[in-house]
Design a protein around this ligand. Structure first.
Ligand code: MN
Length: 198
C-alpha cells in the first residue's frame, strides 16, 4: 500500500490437489475514485476453466469505471459459447462513499465492521455463460473502516471461522486462514482479504 491508497489487499490462492492450473482468476485495482476486486471461477477445472475465468477478469480490467451491473452484463455476453464461470465483484466507490457487490454462483463476499459480519452475500444462482439472467446487486454505505473477504467455493464454511473476522490487518487474515485450513485443496481456492480505511 502506498500512502495515497485507501485499500490494503492480501491474497491466498492454491490449485486443486494434483492440478497444475488453478481455474480461479482474480484482480484488484485501485484508482482515485474506486477500488474493484473480482474472483471468477471457471466451471470444472484445468485449462478451459482458466480460459473463461481469465476472459472475465480481462473484461473487468478493461472497463474500470463501469458499475457492477454493467460489468456482470458485459462478462456474460463475452462468455457465450465458452465454459461458464461463477463471478463475484466488489466495488468501493470513494466519491459517494458506497460499496456494491454481486455474486453469480458460488463466490462469497463478506463485509466486516468492528470484528462482526455486516453482510454475507446472498448469491444469485447459476453461472454466466452468455444467457440473460436476472441478478441482484447489493449497495451499501462505506463506513470509515471496513474489511471485506472475497472467496471462491474452494473455501468451506468451516474454514470461515470467527478468527478471520477479528483481524483487520489483511496479512493477519491470510495467515489465520492458512493456519486453520488444509494445505491440500479439494477445489481451486482463492481468498482475498481487503481493508478499507478512510
Ligand atoms: Mn471452484
Amino acid at each position: 500500500m502506498t500512502p495515497e491508497n485507501k485499500v490494503d489487499v492480501a491474497v491466498y490462492q492454491k490449485a486443486k490437489k494434483g492440478n497444475y492450473y488453478c481455474g480461479d482468476s482474480y484482480l484488484y485495482i485501485e484508482t482515485e475514485d474506486e477500488f474493484i476486486c473480482a474472483i471468477a471461477d471457471g466451471l470444472g477445472s484445468g485449462e478451459y476453466a482458466l480460459e473463461s475465468s481469465q476472459i472475465t477478469i480481462d473484461i473487468i480490467r478493461n472497463n474500470i469505471g463501469a458499475t457492477v451491473e454493467e460489468l456482470v452484463e458485459k462478462c456474460n455476453k463475452e462468455l457465450l459459447g465458452k465454459r461458464g464461470v461463477v463471478l463475484g465483484i466488489l466495488r468501493l466507490h470513494f466519491p459517494t462513499e458506497t460499496y456494491s457487490f454481486s455474486s453469480i454462483g458460488n463466490i462469497g463476499v463478506m463485509t466486516i465492521h468492528n470484528g462482526k459480519k455486516v453482510n454475507r452475500n446472498i448469491p444469485n444462482g447459476g453461472y454466466l455463460a452468455g444467457y440473460k439472467r436476472p441478478f441482484k446487486v447489493v449497495r451499501e454505505q462505506l463506513l470509515s473502516q471496513m474489511n471485506f473477504i472475497l472467496f471462491s467455493d474452494g473455501v468451506s464454511d468451516e474454514d470461515l471461522s470467527k478468527k478471520l473476522f477479528l483481524h483487520t490487518n489483511v496479512d493477519d487474515v491470510i495467515e489465520a486462514y492458512k493456519q486453520q485450513t488444509d494445505a491440500e485443496r479439494k477445489d481451486d481456492t482463492t481468498l482475498i482479504a481487503i481493508k478499507y480505511q478512510r
